[in-house]
Design a binder for this molecule. Sequence first.
Ligand SMILES: [Zn+2]
Ligand SMILES: [Zn+2]
Length: 156
Amino acid sequence: MTPQRVAVLRALVNCSDFVSAQTLHARMATVDRAVGLTTVYRALRALQAAGRLDVVRDETGERLYRRRAADGHRHYLLCRSCGHSRPVDSDVVERWVEQTRETSGFVAVEHTVELTGICASCRPTTHGNEPRPNAEAEQAHQAHQADQAGHAEQGV
Ligand SMILES: [Zn+2]
Ligand SMILES: [Zn+2]
């Protein structure tokens, strides 16, 4: 590995959540000013190709990166509002992929599963936790939350 990739990987270890290349670059710049943004992008791409990273995409399509856990790849549920992510149990997906590979005769089968949603702390809160069909007509604050709900309905 090049020193730049080691530096990028080391910076990712210190991130508890998925980060964009720009965020990572900004954090690295406080420690190591020698690493440019292009270098960070290149290192991330190389690390991704080497299977060292998990990658998700935010609502704008920008890639967010996280160091892959030592025990293999994981799938994550990513909040479209704040970017918080949590690993999800994906055993059923892995078994299905394995079965599909065995029955299809394909080799080198790869899969991408992207799960996004609105996390508990970003979810619009109501007193009764009931859906609010008329939220648009309410205050600007609540209209904003309805906007987030609108994103949720678009699906992925
Ligand atoms: Zn959130
Ligand atoms: Zn998987």
